[in-house]
Design a protein around this ligand. Sequence first.
Ligand SMILES: [Fe+2]
Ligand SMILES: [Fe+2]
Length: 153
Amino acid sequence: MASIERSDPVILGHLLAEHRELFTLIQSVRTAFAEPGEPSSDRRAGVVQSLRLLRCHLRDHFSQEECGGFMEEAVTRIPRLSAAMRSILAQHPALLGELDGVVARLEATPESPDSWTIAARDYENFAAHMTAHERRENAVVQEGYNEDLGLAE
Ligand SMILES: [Fe+2]
Ligand SMILES: [Fe+2]
């Protein structure tokens, strides 16, 4: 399989770069929520726009991972990682759903300061779940390649 011939540090580096890019988008929404001042309708619209952009990137990223991405290569090398990969990929719909919930909250009650606060809190929960998710992915890919190369303990 051609993809397996790629050098491992390049593959791992590519995955880490994609995760860093997502992290930057996640941070920019976090910053927008944290800015001081009233949650005006303009500000809400800006956050919703950033959330939609993040969702687009996230959906593409998830699709790549689900269609024979880096984790699948790791599993090809080390089949016992298969269960971990399946459980990680199964988290994707819930993560997108969390993000949709934040947008829905901001749009459903545009005048309510409470909805802003709750949306910001829900977004923090989403961000924490995303961080944990990507950490698990990095670990699976790293483990797959390390073992395959005889670098594991
Ligand atoms: Fe993922
Ligand atoms: Fe990922």
